[in-house]
Design a protein around this ligand. Structure first.
Ligand SMILES: CC(C)(COP(=O)(O)OP(=O)(O)OC[C@H]1O[C@@H](n2cnc3c(N)ncnc32)[C@H](O)[C@@H]1OP(=O)(O)O)[C@@H](O)C(=O)NCCC(=O)NCCS
Length: 145
């Protein structure tokens, strides 16, 4: 799905968001009420800031994670590159993400795959670097040899 708003709409209309909330309140994720409140507040902060620093559309890279034992071998670089290639075939002109400024490994992956910082935002946990990319090939010379 290439639209963040479409994913959010689907999560609400399908009842998935409500089911997740009910399971969280029922203790399925071992979350305390205080943590849940922080998660909800951070989600609200995200919803109020997710349109900032965009020039077009609402495509968003939400989560990239690699198993700790497989890190440092180019997996995330390959995943992000392939994601951008897919978005290009879908005709998505711009995609946005947020990353913590202390997350050196993630920043290295995004910079290498052609993302650029366009601004900063915050939530209860601190600052986010906002980056955007125009889906397309990885800049020449930035791939591993
Ligand atoms: C970020 C993450 C997805 C990277 O996955 P990965 O498969 O190891 O990434 P790659 O191997 O493609 O590239 C990582 C690069 O970061 C570099 N790197 C690692 N730690 C670093 C640090 N602290 N500072 C700067 N660069 C760092 C690596 O050396 C590597 O570069 P190299 O290939 O030139 O050596 C992985 O660390 C992860 O799952 N982290 C936890 C989840 C997370 O933070 N996701 C990002 C959310 S925005």
């Amino acid at each position: 799905m290439r639209s963040l708003r479409a994913i959010q709409r689907k999560a609400v209309l399908s009842g998935a968001a409500l089911r997740w909330a009910a399971r969280a309140l029922g203790g399925a994720f071992d979350l305390r009420l205080r943590s849940m409140w922080r998660i909800v507040r951070n989600k609200v902060l995200f919803l109020t800031s997710e349109r900032r620093y965009r020039s077009v559309g609402d495509a968003q890279l939400l989560n990239v994670a690699v198993h700790p034992e497989a890190r440092g071998r180019g997996v995330a670089t390959a995943l992000v590159s392939e994601g951008l290639r897919l978005l290009r075939t879908l005709g998505v002109p711009e995609v946005r993400l947020e990353v913590r400024p202390w997350n050196g490994a993630a920043l290295a992956v995004y910079t290498r795959t052609g993302w650029r910082e366009v601004g900063r935002t915050r939530d209860l946990e601190g600052e986010w670097v906002v980056m955007v990319a125009s889906p397309g090939p990885i800049p020449a010379g930035s791939l591993r040899g």
